[in-house]
Write a protein that binds this ligand. Sequence first.
Ligand code: AHR
Length: 602
Amino acid sequence: RLTIRDDLPSRPISPDLWGVFFEDINFSADGGLYAELVQNRSFEYTDIKVSGWGPLTAWSVDGDVELRTDAPLSESAPHYARIDAGSSLTNHGFDGISLIADSDYTFSVFARSANGGRLQVSLGTASESTAADVHINTSEWTRYEVVLHATQTAIDGTLSLRAEEDAIDVDLVSLFPNRVFRDSDNGMREDLAQAIADLRPRFVRFPGGCVSHGSGLDNMYRWPDTIGELQSRVPNFNVWGYHQSFGIGYLEYFRFCEQIGATALPVLAAGVCCQNSEGGQHAIPDEHMEDYIAEVLGLVEFANGDASTEWGARRTALGHPVPFGLRYLAIGNEDEITPDFRDRFARIYAALRETHPEIVVIGTVGPAAFGADYDDGWEFARQLEVPIVDEHSYKAPKWLFEHVDRYDSYDRSGPAVYLGEYGSKANRMLNALAEAAYMTGLERNGDIVKLASYAPLLAKTHRTQWTPDLIYFDNQRVMPSLNYHVQSMFSTTAGDGSRAVEISEAPTFVRPRQTYSTVAVEATGFRVAFQGVSLNGIVAPDVTADTKDGRVVLPLRSETADYVVRARATALERTTDHEIGFSLHFGAVGSPNSWEWAFGTW
Ligand code: AHR
């Protein structure tokens, strides 16, 4: 039996608690969320990370095609291809170009031809394709665009460019589905972006992770390289072993946040790389720190400044005069707390405090949260009075179940916590439940845990560098994990305050482990939600469990009339000695929208 302690005050829950963390890992950006269908569209792939990769990766050549860099379209991405008359160049996309029958695709290219030429463009498969002619009528780089209509659904589509009559130079060869998320220019894949939006994240952290600080100074993520015309963005290798076109750059990240009603949470390197104690150039040299600090301050101006400021004017020129309302900025990601880190973080932090005291800076407490650097990181953050620090914890279910009360005893005088990366190492039901259990502890302590995001968010099947992930996808499908549904349970039913409860007559457990959070939703008038997670047992207020078809079924109804039992009854039960049955139920009781999801057993 569970009684809400009306005599005790509600503990506020951070309104930003549940968010997502997008990192370009597992082909999450190019070949993933970014709707571009042409791989290596600017011929800038290199073998820095992948042996054998080069400017013609993902392309095949029929006839004579020359790679050149003289008089390029852009000095930032200098390679282009010269297709000789009668020759062709074919792009194979990211493991094939995915086509949907009766859909339109916008092909575009920058091209030039000394004497004028005709580029025949065809989209399709070996058995069926659609073609169009593009007349290249100048020797200056010019952008051409044509809409192609796919007549069949295919996963192995290709895009071919054939030069007729005269040689043609091509660069930034692009193909976008006409349906993209919110119809944005240079848009995102609709189904994937929608799966993220459906989580109703309060914030989106980007672009990493390790991607933010990079594996060396040449690989550190520099936000100014990622804005502006696509041909001017400075591509780079990805620390996870592939390539970044930066087609999704800082403007697109901010725009996405705006579109889904999430606050942006960018992470910039603290002037050091991953991990900065290693040899080589792993920290920005002292003489360049001033410029780097200006770059950090410039990001705040880019997001929030008006058109009278340098970076606000840049944003306006890029078509977004309205400021993005940046509130948080994370500096550093899992960095080792070395003297170089301390020095650079302290300088960046001091500059931000002085110039932008309105921005909440999020620090970091080391690479293995709860490991070697963890205490050092906390001590350093306390010394500097950093308002929030980023903790990471990838832990087995056992650990998560055993630490559901971890934040109960955190010092309320701060720093507060951003649990920026967590997950329980697999996508099985037990893992999802363990995360749900742990999340009750985050929510119950939503006054000190201000933000939390599972990691990583996206993963392209067969292209993963890290598992488990929250949402799997291939070129045509989106496959949310069980863990995704747990995230969704919490984020779509978030509350304003955590209520104290008293549990009596608890079920008898073989090994009692239970956790709960009881949240009030003051604004909407209906008040309390309860969730319980228990290993070898059931926790639910005033309900009895019923075993049906080998599954535990919790009636989603409270007998305490005052309170609505909603959303999150999570239960599992040992059904035999060898088998564990799990059911995950959630719904809104007393509302016509009640629903229940039950997952199978194993
Ligand atoms: O989430 C994957 C990686 O885990 C992140 O890039 C890094 O911050 C952490 O080590």
